[in-house]
Design a protein around this ligand. Sequence first.
Ligand code: V47
Length: 382
Amino acid sequence: MTGILDKQLEPIVAKVESGQRLSLSDGLALYASRDIFTIGRLADHVRRVRHGRVAWYIANRHINYTNVCVLRCKFCGFCRKPNSEAADAYVLAADQVVEQAALGYADGATEVHIVGGLHPTLPFAYYREIISRIRTICPRMAIKAFTAVEIVHFSRISKPRRSIEQVLAELKECGLDCMPGGGAEIFDDRVQAEAFPYKVGEHDWFAVHRAAHDLGIPTNATMLYGHIETSAQRLGHLVKLREHQDESLQRGKGVFNCMVPLSFVPADNTDWADLPGPSGLDDLKTLAICRLMLDNFSHIKAFWPIQTIKLAQVALGWGVDDFDGTVVWYDITKREGQGTHQHLGTEQLRRLICEAGYEPLERDCFYNAVERSGTQWSLAGR
Ligand code: V47
């Protein structure tokens, strides 16, 4: 690569070009550098080697079954206290969850993404029921559900109490296909004590993902960045994910399908309402650094309700290969002016990807190419 303005980046560029793994201190040098265009071009180089000009997108539907949560995470504007008087606290009945999934299925969604708060009284039977009924009514739709934090909660509230492995095995038996990456936040004790002291930390998060991978359930990974954490803490987080992925790849069952960096969105009703979120440049740099550090992850996702549509478009040139998704309804974060209805049609997604200079390719939950005609779809070549 020519035209590197920051000479400190030259050895890092050489390492990436020769396929060598970057160290945590290489990551720190990338964060410290103001030569963001070299970082972007380098991440784009790695992305092109893996995916050419293809940008994946998915027809999916999110369902957030409750915003009632026993946790109090500083960044979270979604949760409502148990027994809260808040008019907008809600719990969807199993029928409502299944109905929303069925609407998505009829509309051609290939994946449903189900997560919610840690509700104090919903029994484990509720979660089993929604997965089993969706499996029966929507046989071809992938069910991606429950973060590691919810899985630990289910293990604690189930009667008789179940281990993490038992919870996952039962949910898999009911029809769970895949798990999202939420709840990871930042793997650092100091940040956890300050920002999410009551949530499970890295030990349990990894224990759940290890157990899922051993059962052949693929999962995603996330990092919530741009609040109180340092660059070194972000990089520590990425290195831990990379090490876990090495182990999972070696065991040869389930792995992390993709990395979803989540840009902190200050939310009105929280302690952190006045904390500034990361700048657009920090977003791009972080997405690029995820691509460069996570050399054993196939996919880096821009989730547009969090990254914004325009940044997700630009991010396709900064290491991102996955522009997720049709979404339809999302309650966890709301950027200015957005309500819970957060929807892009598949034609809009294709247009946005083309406008950014990439080739749109629809995928299913497992990154198989999808051929679509309206609401009808099949896997390419099958
Ligand atoms: O775990 C909460 C984050 C996550 C805020 O796996 C916030 O494909 C920014 O994990 N600002 C849930 N982020 C969402 C999530 C996710 C989303 C899309 C796709 C996938 C996937 C996973 O949202 C939480 C937390 O880290 N979050 N509050 C906030 N104010």
